[in-house]
Design a protein around this ligand. Sequence first.
Ligand SMILES: Cc1cc2nc3c(=O)[nH]c(=O)nc-3n(C[C@H](O)[C@H](O)[C@H](O)COP(=O)(O)OP(=O)(O)OC[C@H]3O[C@@H](n4cnc5c(N)ncnc54)[C@H](O)[C@@H]3O)c2cc1C
Length: 474
Amino acid sequence: MAETTYDIVIIGGGPGGYTAAIRAGQYGLKVALIEKEKKLGGTCLNVGCIPTKSLLFDAEVYDHLKNATAHGIEGVGTITLNWKTILDRKNGIITKHVKGLDFLMRKNKVTVIEGYGKLTGPAKDGIHSIAVEAANGEKKVVQAKNVIIATGSDARMLPGVESDANRILTNIEILALPQIPKSMVVIGAGAVGVEFGSIFKSFGSEVTIVEYLPRMVPNEDEDVSKELSRVFRKRGIDTYTGAKVEKVEKTNDGVKVTFTGSDGKQVTKEAETVLVAVGRAPRTANLGLEATKVEVERGFIRVDEWMQTGEPGIFAIGDVVAGLPQLAHVAAMAGTVVAAKVAGKRARPVRRDRIPACTYCEPQIGSVGLTEAQAKAAGHQVKVGKFPFSANSKASIVGSHEGFVKVVADAKHGELLGVHIIGPQATEMIAESVVALELEATIEELMFTIHAHPTLAEAMLDGFGSVENMAINV
Ligand SMILES: Cc1cc2nc3c(=O)[nH]c(=O)nc-3n(C[C@H](O)[C@H](O)[C@H](O)COP(=O)(O)OP(=O)(O)OC[C@H]3O[C@@H](n4cnc5c(N)ncnc54)[C@H](O)[C@@H]3O)c2cc1C
């Protein structure tokens, strides 16, 4: 029999779960967080956002050093990579932030329970019971007035293909490879695929990217996809779109990937490794959902605008939610919303059309709001502006001229509808446009918003001006 009844029990300690726990603790609620792994942080901290960005930063430093003499830096000599140091640095960052989470749990009086959490059925007299089984087989039951499911996702695999330690990889194995592979085929040109493709190209691997849909980063504006393909080709990354993978086979010293290209011709690529980056499947099996009224759609959990499932008192957040982009900041904000709701505080639902999407490959991509095609499909009379980084002075200073800022606006009222950036620091620069969308800014207001000089952010001012054909610098 459980001795404590918590206000909220959260199953899953990733960015969705730990953010909900911290915020609920700040509101003074009694909170428990159940996590099956030894470390908090989930996919994001351990095998996702943070380790990939650590590698991407190392790749950026390495790329700069290759070009040192152009900056007047002599005597660098032959530069080489120490893969072990790269991995140690990445692991050090993870460890530091896992410790940070442990501290935040103590600070906010969150009880962390190690073990696998599972619902036991609907609430009885308003109290939910969650069965927890620890790794050593110990079992207990935890009781709560509210439950948040934040169990995240796993890499999807192609049918009949299984990952291993060093040839057929997902995001987990690739982050612990014994050495940098000489060659790699990446299946999937979404954010995960293009980020790893970008990292390993910088580190010297021969990289081929194969995408089933007709364009790279298919969720982005079409112009962004075209620009990424162009720059990746220029970087020597071989890309195939509209290509269907038929077979992935292990060979004596690597892998062989056979696919049909967009022209209907069969292509075979041999490489040391293959990364499968074809999306993420929600972890909703074996959670006891079938004993409740929680509705599931192709494995994802259906929720209303407050993340409430079909079962009263059970919420779902993060990668398990149907129709939400699988991003750490979306999971975290959804956790914040649920904590506020349960605490009876003011909250705003997550607006699905105001979620920034960032891809940290070289060149970076940052976008928010409607693409040009989506704005037209939604019935807007659309006005579009585009400003190239080649005309921005700070881009010359940092030696990064690829890409542009594209702004999508409503022609009738001048309302900002979407912003799509590809180029230097795009992932940082997009924040301004998220705020602009939140505040329902018009192009005119943005054209009179002062941006410091010389900055990459000035490209935003020119981007907004370009909607009215009045960018200053082109
Ligand atoms: C390679 C890669 C790079 C990425 N980069 C970015 C990025 O740059 N920016 C970004 O926004 N997003 C990025 N993402 C996506 C991001 O990692 C996810 O959207 C985010 O982690 C989802 O958070 P979550 O809390 O829903 O789930 P998760 O982070 O997956 O956490 C779920 C947690 O629940 C635990 N769990 C599962 N089932 C149970 C159970 N029954 N009982 C107890 N515990 C359980 C798991 O062990 C895990 O710790 C990336 C993903 C990958 C794979």
